[in-house]
Design a binder for this molecule. Structure first.
Ligand code: SF4
Length: 366
């Protein structure tokens, strides 16, 4: 190994440090703690990746920092834009393995064409180990967790593009890209704190949604953290038998355990939940399924998003037909369940999460 590589390995990637670790690291260099606030702002508010640009730091410090630390940043490897304005990005990680992750910008427009809500869907892991049968990422296998810096980078880079294109910042972030967010708990919570930090991206935590397939221990932990972010449960089937068939996690963490966890979550946070429910043709779209979903929606105050599925190569499950969707929605409405239909965005691009990465050659991991 050459000496240059050894030096690089020893450098600290500042965006892999928590705010507290950053303060400790900079204090170790003899800096006053207000300096770490300045560095934090350069990293996350201004998005710079060169120490030379951190102009309110002394010249001496700007010369010294590159010997000890570095600022890694994702780069855009590829992007696809849909007719509906959805843009899917494939990011290359600053990583020797050439790993890539996806993130999506989903714009909503006012009738006059101006941008209203600008939602960014971020990835939290390279691949995923949970193997849900309908999911392209699940077919890839698991490679590694993202750092909180790599999660924030996705938002930051897309935010810059949104500002250029629409003249406004992104308004919402959802953790619904590649990976199971609560399986990368520490980095996800830290990234959400940076996104909502006034010295970071300064997004209200009410505009941040973390989703999970139902990792019950982490749901309770999240309730205890008081982050203020929203929680969405990827439900996709409303009884154990069907959920076992499409989501292997349900075999160990079944609906009874999920009910206990979300009840704890609501008691602690008093925040309503969202259930995400992909409607599959003649699989989970019957009247019986709708009635089971009604029961789940009543565990704690909640709303339901019924999502129309984007087909994924090799998956036999298909998007439900319109008449079955309408019947399903009628049952929910008759039972006073708040439910919205989410039409898939970016149908004309590889919009199903993980599809773009698979197409670019990222296949089966550990
Ligand atoms: Fe993993 Fe989520 Fe896909 Fe399931 S749906 S395999 S948890 S990324």
């Amino acid at each position: 190994m050459n000496s240059e590589a050894t030096t690089t390995e020893k450098k600290r990637d500042l965006k892999s440090l928590t705010k507290q670790e950053l303060t400790t690291f900079l204090e170790g260099l003899g800096l006053a703690s207000y300096r770490s606030d300045q560095v934090f702002q350069w990293l996350y508010q201004k998005g710079v990746s060169s120490f030379d640009e951190m102009t309110n730091l002394s010249k001496d410090l700007r010369a010294k920092l590159p010997e000890l630390a570095e600022v890694r940043r994702l780069t855009i490897f590829n992007q696809q834009e849909s007719k509906d304005g959805t843009i899917k990005f494939l990011f290359q990680l600053d990583d020797p393995n050439d790993y890539k992750v996806e993130a999506v910008l989903i714009p909503d427009f006012y009738p006059d064409g101006a941008a209203n809500r600008l939602t960014v869907c971020v990835s939290s892991q390279v691949g995923c180990m949970f193997g849900c049968s309908f999911c392209a990422t699940g077919k890839m296998g698991y490679f590694r967790n993202l750092t909180h810096g790599e999660i924030v980078d996705q938002v930051q880079i897309i935010n810059e593009i949104a500002e250029e294109r629409y003249g406004k910042k992104i308004t919402n972030v959802v953790y619904m890209g590649m990976g199971e967010p609560l399986h990368n708990y520490k980095a996800v919570v830290e990234s959400a704190r940076i996104l909502s930090d006034p010295m970071g991206i300064d997004l209200s935590p009410r505009r941040i949604t973390v989703s999970t397939v139902g990792l019950t221990k982490q749901i309770k932990q999240l309730a205890d953290e008081e982050t203020g972010v929203n929680l969405a449960i990827s439900l996709h089937a409303a009884d154990d038998e069907k959920r076992n068939k499409i989501m292997p996690i349900n075999e160990s963490l079944n609906l009874e355990k999920l009910e206990e966890a979300v009840t704890y979550y609501f008691q602690k946070t008093e925040k309503p939940l969202t259930y995400e429910y992909l409607l599959f043709d003649e699989f989970n779209d019957t009247r019986r399924d709708a009635l089971n979903l009604v029961k789940i929606a009543r565990w704690v105050p909640s709303k339901v998003n019924i999502i129309m599925y984007n087909s994924v190569a090799g998956v036999t499950l298909k998007r439900a037909r319109e008449e079955r969707l309408n019947q399903f929605m009628k049952v929910l409405a008759d039972k006073d369940v708040t439910a919205t239909v989410r039409r898939s965005r970016g149908d004309d691009i590889d919009a199903g999460c993980g599809q773009l990465a698979i197409r670019e050659g990222q296949k089966k991991g550990k």
